[in-house]
Design a protein around this ligand. Structure first.
Ligand SMILES: NC(=O)c1ccc[n+]([C@@H]2O[C@H](COP(=O)([O-])OP(=O)(O)OC[C@H]3O[C@@H](n4cnc5c(N)ncnc54)[C@H](OP(=O)(O)O)[C@@H]3O)[C@@H](O)[C@H]2O)c1
Length: 186
């Protein structure tokens, strides 16, 4: 039975968590809010496959301890979907290093990034040991028929990530990032 890790799987990637659980794989979701996790469990076809790691990824020591304990208990991860703030760079690198050093096999990382990652100097790929199969999914925006642009919906984001995972796309953009001047205001 494979084991997936998802960071941010109780927010806009909720449908990705539900889809992963339906694949008959173990799914560990990292977050700080147990109530959000319970809602996902309630809507999942296989709730027994879902585990919650209640930790703040900015707290590096508890974050790494929890990851290592989970791996000891439920086995190494062979895939991870990661949506983390850019300011959590050190935690992301720890995650990559721990997942790599705890498996003898290749594992896949689907790194979800905001639109700014499409700009040449803003990309935030972690350093990947040789057993990481790295994939990048960039969130874009949509230009509507009336010419106005909008950010993606949660469903569009989750569906785009699932599509990238099914196709094993090396790099994908959900929606569009050009023309850059058309990106919506926050
Ligand atoms: N197009 C773009 O470029 C773009 C880029 C960024 C955002 N957005 C939009 O902006 C909206 C808000 O983004 P958001 O980041 O709030 O996304 P979100 O996915 O709705 O929520 C953040 C997720 O990450 C978890 N999380 C956040 N901080 C954490 C921490 N310190 N430790 C552990 N888990 C943590 C949250 O769980 P807990 O609450 O349980 O901790 C939750 O699952 C999204 O709905 C998206 O549509 C668009």
């Amino acid at each position: 039975m494979g084991h997936d890790l998802i960071v941010g799987g109780t927010g806009m990637l909720k449908q990705v968590s539900v889809w992963l659980a339906s694949q008959g794989r173990k799914v560990t979701i990292i977050g700080r809010n147990q109530e959000k996790f319970k809602k996902i469990q309630n809507s999942a076809a296989n709730p027994e496959n879902l585990y919650f790691l209640n930790v703040d990824y900015y707290d590096i020591n508890p974050f790494t301890d929890h990851l290592i304990k989970t791996i000891k208990k439920h086995g190494p991860f062979d895939r991870a979907v990661v949506w983390m703030r850019s300011s959590a760079k050190e935690s992301l690198q720890k995650l990559v290093d721990i997942l790599s050093s705890t498996t003898e096999h290749q594992w896949s990382l689907f790194h979800v990034l905001g639109s700014s990652a499409s700009r040449p100097l803003s990309n935030r790929q972690p350093e990947c040991p040789v057993n990481v199969d790295y994939h990048q999914v960039i969130l874009g925006f949509e230009i509507q028929n009336n010419g106005e642009s909008r950010w993606l919906t949660h469903d569009e984001i989750s569906n785009g990530v699932i599509h990238a995972m099914k196709n094993k796309d090396r790099t994908s953009i959900i929606g569009q990032v050009e023309p850059w001047s058309m990106r919506p205001e926050y």
